[in-house]
Design a protein around this ligand. Structure first.
Ligand code: TZP
Ligand code: MG
Length: 203
């Protein structure tokens, strides 16, 4: 996930290009501070960079911004537009994700049918202010049991914890600090790739 407050020293499109060159295929533009006009300019640059790299770009929170830059989708929180209206706006082809933080929200997601759910925070994180209570691996296992929707775990995830996260039933992970704050982005991404469980290691 690309958040300008986490790496203010480097333009987001540069970070996208470098991460994409190391195999990241799905990016989310997350920006809680920019004005809409600023966010539009940044999202447009990211749209171009993602397309050039053959990667997907999802915009956090805002359907209007996602539509304005023809992003591949939007990631909605519990306080954002309901899925049904986002789907009406974006149409059937775009990706719509939903953040969930507890069993009740996962059950509601089963009814709302986003294309995927985010679930967390799994571990403690300083990246998101005022985040919901940490759910832990136990919470993730319980959430997994409630739905077959693709589930991305989020919150404090590192390469070292990837194995247990995947073993608890996540289909993937959403990561900010462990990659963006790393001095060497490529090495951080490789560490994640090396910890992806193989079918053998899960047996
Ligand atoms: N939602 C729940 S935790 C979180 C968000 C956006 C932040 C994840 O960032 P990090 O740095 O990977 O913990
Ligand atoms: Mg949000």
């Amino acid at each position: 996930m690309l958040d300008p407050t986490v790496r203010p020293d480097r333009p987001l499109p540069d970070l996208l290009r470098e991460a994409a060159a190391h195999g990241v295929r799905l990016f989310q533009y997350r920006d809680k501070q920019a004005t809409m006009r600023e966010a539009y300019a940044k999202a447009l640059a990211l749209r171009q960079a993602a397309s050039d790299a053959g990667a997907l770009l999802i915009v956090n929170d805002r359907c209007d911004l996602a539509m304005a830059v023809n992003a591949d989708g939007v990631h909605l929180g519990q306080d954002d537009l309901p899925i049904v209206y986002a789907r009406q706006l974006l149409g059937p082809e775009k990706i719509i994700g939903l953040s969930t933080h507890n069993a009740t929200q996962v059950r509601e997601a089963v009814t709302a049918q986003p294309d995927y759910v985010g679930f967390g925070p799994i571990f403690s994180t300083s990246t998101k202010a005022d985040h919901d209570p940490v759910v832990g691996l136990e919470g993730l296992r319980a959430a997994r049991a409630l739905t077959s929707l693709p589930m991305f775990a989020i919150g404090g995830i590192t390469a070292e914890s990837l194995g247990e996260i995947m073993a608890a039933g996540a289909d993937g992970v959403a990561v900010i600090s462990a990659i963006l704050k790393a001095p060497d982005l490529g090495a951080a991404i490789r560490a994640f790739q090396q910890h992806v469980p193989t079918p053998d290691s899960q047996a």
